[in-house]
Write a new protein. Structure first.
Length: 692
């Protein structure tokens, strides 16, 4: 056994050995970081050349999402421009949908259980409410295919989702087998969200029996469930004195945050003397109200309450000591709202409508501007260079022939493409909203033209380039740069939402910089004026940015824009969005798992991560920006501490990135695009009723 000195010497040797190992690890980590930076730099250069050399690769048109099967394809998909998706507008009138009679098909108890079990096992459909699932089960109809038949063929347009009851099918993609499916499985579910091409082939290996439901029936179930429940909640809220005199739009927000809570006979809903911060409205069943005599005082209470009655209202105003027991006399359903939600929502729309009206001077300026552009013809413009291309057509930099130093961006849309994808209503909305938008953070639309083949939109030329291009070239932004662009978008949203308009297609591809580096929203194809306290149901947006309520067809409003703002922050800080799958359906399923399932990288600071998570709450009523103080809640968040919003609005704040723009014809901040090579589109006046 060694002496103490020997042990100390051995310990010192070990410590020195560990120090040398730590030093070696530090050196290797530094070398690895340097190699990572080199890889990132080379990847960025590769992306830049790829987007320039292959800009005209046909993007998926609305309703035709692409899919990829490998991680390398996914990375490429994230670094190339993403095409937004829009379902065709619903054929049903929202006002009449609750009266629509759906066809139900008889089926055995065993079949019902099989369908229900398959739905609950499906990553997407398991998120539906049980009442919706039950209606889907009832409305599914039987379909049979013989051995060797194709149930679905890759590339075909589909509108049906299936549940397999008997037999076996094989799933292939590009002639490569993916899997074999047996009874109790759902397939084809993307088709019930919007009109799209099938991404795989499903072939019957035996004689098979299926249950099917089409998109129209599914969407009717989803919309009707939400509308009926919302109407019931509104009716019950109006019976409560605290809510009776509130504006309809504020009541609508309360209806969205009410939670249905179930109680069994004998359950204590409230105990006398206990503290509480919730108000209850009885939706179904009866309750018994009792008081402990020693605590009752002089109060006289009814013995029973039923549907439409309420209790605990004082808790919303801070008086939280319960004065009686409330016990379920039978199975009871209560709508519950807590003090926090009550305080967050009251006055939420006052902030939205408090935007200042345009000054008389600015109004006069806009009127003079409108008169000038009204006098111009399309032939008064000369095309200088292409700024961008897409499935819709092209964007050209044009100059006035009479004043060559005045340039504009002219968006040229193919009419036949718009008619084929049934986007006439979106184009009409885009034109109206953009022409009326007088905001420094929204690209101006000055004039529109049309001929037999094209629509033309003459817009403000922003020559600082697209934010997407800058992000692609840099990989990601730091907090300061991300904060500036997020603030610009926030100003645009505050303006739009004050006018009752939702945007619905936020992403770096739709943000463009002017010569001073200030960011502006462009492309209002999915923007819609819905007013206040109302919702819309059309499925639209870019898959990675779509809010959960859009995916689940619950109806959406301006809160969907705040969700997308959180996604934008994450993408600007990291270079890629938090939710991304190999195909749209996988992306939607990842979104439905929620932001709390996303592992944030270290480069996202604590305050930035906190704001992203508050913007991306699953429940729209809980999202920052959609509460009592509106956008002020976002502006006052710690991440924005010290940011000069006043300077941003006045244009005195220095931009995060100042682009180099030498003159009105400088297109150096845009990628180079080849000349138009495709065939001229056909004439399209039939089916075109949009005044343009």
């Amino acid at each position: 056994m060694g002496t103490l000195r020997d042990l100390q010497y051995a310990l010192q040797e070990k410590i020195e050995e560990l120090r040398q190992r730590d030093a070696l690890i530090d050196e290797l980590e530094l070398e690895l970081d340097q190699k990572d930076e080199l890889i990132q730099k080379l990847q960025t250069e590769l992306d830049k050349y790829r987007s320039v050399l292959r800009p005209a690769a046909p993007p998926a048109s609305p309703g035709e999402p692409s899919s990829s099967s490998s991680s390398s394809q996914l990375q490429e998909q994230q670094r190339t421009k993403r095409q937004a998706i829009s379902a065709e507008p619903t054929a049903l009138d929202i006002q009449d949908i609750s009266h629509v009679t759906l066809s139900c098909y008889s089926k055995s108890a065993q079949s019902k259980e099989l369908i229900k079990g398959a739905i609950l096992e499906n990553d997407f459909m398991k998120n539906l409410e049980m009442s919706q699932i039950q209606e889907i089960v009832d409305c599914m109809y039987p379909v049979e295919y013989s051995q060797g038949s194709f149930v679905i063929e890759e590339g075909d347009v589909g509108s049906l989702v299936y549940v397999m009851e008997e037999g076996k099918v094989e799933v292939t993609k590009e002639n490569v087998k993916l899997c074999t499916m047996t009874p109790g499985r759902v397939f084809g579910e993307l088709a019930i969200l919007y009109n799209c091409t099938r991404t795989a082939t499903v072939k019957a290996l035996t004689n098979i029996k299926l249950w099917a439901i089409d998109r129209q029936c599914f969407q009717t179930i989803m919309m009707r469930t939400g509308l009926i429940k919302h109407a019931e909640h509104m009716e019950l809220l109006k019976s409560v004195p605290s809510f009776r005199n509130l504006q309809e739009e504020v009541l609508s927000k309360f209806a969205d945050v009410l939670e249905e809570t179930h109680y069994k006979e004998g359950d204590y809903i409230v105990r006398q003397g206990a503290s509480g911060d919730t108000c209850f409205i009885i939706s179904k069943g009866k309750v018994t109200v009792t008081q402990d005599e020693s605590k009752a005082g002089d109060a006289v209470l009814p013995t029973t309450l039923s549907r439409g009655d309420w209790f605990g209202e004082k808790a919303l105003h801070g008086e939280d000591i319960r004065l009686a027991n409330v016990i379920a006399a039978e199975d009871v359903i209560c709508l519950v709202i807590d003090q926090d939600s009550f305080r967050q929502i009251i006055g939420s729309l006052e902030d939205v409508s408090s935007q200042e009206d345009e000054s008389a001077e600015r109004q006069e300026q806009f009127e003079a501007e409108a008169a000038f552009f009204a006098s111009l013809e399309r032939t008064d413009f000369h095309v200088h260079q292409t700024l961008g291309v897409g499935g819709f057509g092209r964007v050209e930099l044009v100059q006035l022939k009479s004043e060559e130093n005045r340039t504009f961006a002219m968006k040229i849309l193919k009419k036949h493409h718009i008619v084929e994808t049934r986007q006439q209503e979106h184009i009409r909305s885009e034109r109206q909203i953009m022409q009326e938008a007088h905001c420094d953070f929204i690209v101006r639309l000055y004039r529109t033209f049309r001929d037999r083949k094209f629509l033309y939109m003459v817009m403000e030329a922003c020559l600082g380039g697209e934010l997407w291009t800058i992000l692609r070239d840099r990989g990601s932004f730091d907090d300061a740069v991300t904060r500036f662009y997020t603030a610009c978008v926030l100003e645009a949203f505050a303006y739009l939402h004050s006018k009752g308009v939702i945007y619905r297609d936020l992403k770096p591809e739709n943000i463009i910089l002017n010569h001073r580096g200030y960011a502006k929203l462009v492309d209002f194809g999915f923007a819609k004026r819905i007013g206040f306290g109302k919702k819309t149901w059309t499925f639209c947006g870019t898959p990675e940015y779509v809010a959960p309520e859009i995916i689940l067809n619950k109806g959406h409003d301006s809160s969907a824009d705040y969700w997308s703002l959180g996604i934008l922050m994450y993408e600007l800080l990291t270079g890629s969005p938090p939710f991304s799958g190999s195909d749209p359906m996988q992306t939607y399923n990842i979104i439905l798992r929620g932001i709390d399932m996303v592992e944030f990288p270290k480069k996202i600071t604590k305050n930035a991560g906190n704001l992203i998570k508050k913007l991306c709450r699953d429940n729209p009523a809980e999202r920052l920006g959609n509460q009592k103080n509106g956008v002020k809640d976002i502006q006052k968040h710690k991440w924005f501490e010290g940011f000069n919003f006043e300077g941003l609005r006045k244009g005195t704040l220095t931009a995060a990135i100042i682009p180099s723009v030498t003159g009105p014809l400088d297109t150096s901040n845009f990628d180079t695009f080849p000349e138009e090579e495709e065939e001229e589109p056909p004439d399209e006046d039939s089916g075109w009723d949009v005044e343009f």
